[in-house]
Design a binder for this molecule. Structure first.
Ligand code: ARG
Length: 572
């Protein structure tokens, strides 16, 4: 079934086209009427004619009477009110469709999503939480639309720090190193190595030699390095599982994977005439990047000590993703401070011919997580907040809230539910903020059952399920008709029909907060509806109509939440 917006848009576009070829109707949902087309003024300007006259002409060309009433308002807005029969048939399709009106993409694309990307032997911090949660939501959304999603966990598993990390591992002894790391005590491991490196010259020298052995492919060194990587990756997986994130160990393709490809990157950039020697370092100066003084900015590919930097690895990764994985789009879910890095990597890859215009490469940037003091979110002693502890703390709070609301709930059920509400709380708090902005981490607010929170939306879903459970016999909704006499029922109906629009807005901008806003709005529409329109005590078609609205709302909420990585419980 074509989405309501698409049906309207097609009719309007052809009328606009008849008056001014190719003109955009600028169709928007509206609060007062159902939709508004605001494109008339633009057309009037182009044609130098009075807007209301142009509006009247467009309306004459508009073949829409079977689905909506159109009225010219103000300076030339077209106010569109959908016919009840049209709303009813659209809604019937949504209610009876497992995909709730969201069709598959016309062409299934191959979408690489680079997300999470913590660093080996370092704690995942809240920045990694953002990348993980946003990236996983996008992965779920693209999969739902029928694309092939290839997650890439670009773990930091290579570089000079591994010399000191391996030496520290040897000092500790393999067994005790493994037990520290497997407990997820990554930061203390890293800090201890760092402290020795800074204080002890002999250790520093051993570390240097170890880096040389590692890069030279020494077998024993490689084995020790693998221990660090494997232990860290196993720990990351524990966090992913606890968060219910779809990332798996086989999605880990860390920086080390690209190491054998780096010589080729340098060679081919040089052959393309893009490589410039700058103080001994090999750099690319992509067009359009300048520092404050107007001097061209370098992207350092190989340092003067011959070591490769972060940029070289990302260039190799672009080639792999486009060339080998045949990606149609590559999304990098990484913090906003890396914007310039990615812009320069993409520009270089385009200049080198590794990134054709047809492939979309985009940095999905996000802002910081702040503490209540609006500074970077840290523990009181200034350390990285452990992700897993956040989840545990949120789970405890959710558990306490559930115990209070529902003292008789079975303990096992309550604990499972508490974990799922904790995930909902953390993910929704992160996703519902416009990703480019900073947000303040406020656990109390996130886990609240009221307000714009994950648990509130879960509760809205559970409440509808509890209504449906009270039905004495199953009701068929195949041929239900909607009269939508009550304004709250009509408003809920229109909300349901807007799900495809919310999805399109989310996908076009890669901004999950648009989907969050939509779901929150829908839940509120449901609340108003449920206050005005009793369901179980209604009779006949009115009862079926109201039940159908409940079923449709539950389904859209569950689908939408699942695309945010949140599973909607049936009871709470
Ligand atoms: N490991 C990096 C960090 O913790 C993020 C890597 C992002 N992805 C990439 N392709 N550069 O900041």
């Amino acid at each position: 079934m074509p989405a309501t917006y698409d049906v309207l848009f097609a009719r309007l576009a052809s009328a606009f086209d008849a008056v001014s070829p190719g003109a955009d109707p600028v169709l928007r949902p509206s609060e007062r009427v159902d939709y508004q087309a605001n494109g008339v003024m633009g057309v009037a300007k182009t044609l130098s004619r009075p807007p209301r006259e142009v509006a009247a002409e467009i309306v004459r060309h508009l073949d829409i009477a079977d689905i909506a009433d159109v009225e010219i308002a103000g300076p030339g807005f077209l106010n569109i009110t959908l016919n009840p029969a049209f709303v009813s048939s659209q809604l019937r399709a949504v209610v009876n469709d497992a995909r709730t009106g969201i069709s598959l993409s016309e062409r299934s694309r191959r979408v690489v999503i680079d997300y999470s990307a913590p660093n080996v032997a370092k704690e995942m911090h809240v920045g990694h939480l953002r990348s993980t949660v946003i990236g996983d939501s996008l992965a779920r959304i693209y999969r739902f639309l029928g694309d092939t999603v290839i997650p890439r966990n670009h773990v930091g598993d290579w570089g000079t720090p591994f010399g000191m990390l391996i030496e520290h591992l040897l000092d500790l002894g393999e067994d005790s190193a493994v037990s520290t790391l497997s407990m997820g005590d990554l930061d203390s491991f890293y800090r201890a190595a760092r402290a020795k490196f800074d204080a002890d010259d002999a250790f520093k020298e051993r570390s240097r030699q170890r880096v040389v052995l590692l890069q030279g492919g020494d077998m024993e060194t490689n084995r020790l390095w693998r221990i660090l990587v494997d232990q860290s990756v196993a720990y990351f997986q524990e966090v992913y599982d606890k968060l219910d994130v779809t990332m798996t160990p086989s999605d880990v393709v860390g920086e080390s994977f690209y190491n054998p490809l780096l010589d080729g990157v340098v060679h081919d950039l040089a052959a393309a005439g893009l490589l410039v020697d700058s103080d001994g370092a090999k750099c690319v100066f992509p067009a359009g990047f300048e520092n404050r003084d107007g001097e061209p900015l370098p992207l350092i590919v190989q340092k003067s000590d011959e070591g490769f930097g972060y940029a070289a690895t990302d260039l190799a990764a672009v080639r792999d993703r486009v060339g080998t994985l045949r990606a149609d789009a590559v999304y990098y879910v990484v913090g906003a401070p890396q914007a310039q890095h990615f812009a320069m990597v993409f520009a270089t890859a385009r200049a080198a011919g590794w990134l054709p215009e047809s492939v979309r490469c985009e940095h999905i940037a996000f802002g910081n997580v702040l503490g209540s003091d609006r500074k970077m979110f840290k523990t009181r002693s200034g350390q990285t907040v452990k992700l897993i502890e956040l989840i545990d703390e949120a789970t405890e709070r959710a558990d306490a809230a559930l115990r209070q609301r529902n003292p008789d709930m079975d303990i096992a059920e309550r604990q499972t539910l508490a974990l799922s509400l904790a995930r909902a709380a953390l993910k929704y708090a992160d996703l519902s903020n416009e990703r480019q902005k900073d947000y303040v981490f406020d656990l109390d607010r996130m886990v609240a059952f009221e307000g714009d929170t994950g648990p509130y939306l879960c509760y809205a879903h559970a409440r509808i399920q509890s209504i449906l459970r009270r039905l004495d016999e199953p009701v068929s909704l195949d041929d239900v008709t909607f009269s939508l006499d009550d304004p709250s029922a009509r408003s809920l109906a229109l909300g349901l029909l807007r799900f495809p629009e919310a999805m399109a807005a989310t996908v076009n901008t890669n901004q999950p907060h648009r989907l969050c806003n939509y779901l929150f709005d829908l839940a509120q529409r449901f609340t108003s509806f449920y206050e005005a329109c009793p369901v179980l005590t209604a009779q006949g078609n009115e009862r079926r109509e109201r039940l159908a609205l409940c079923v449709g709302t539950a389904r859209v909420l569950a689908t939408g939440l699942s695309l945010l990585g949140i599973s909607a419980p049936d009871r709470m």
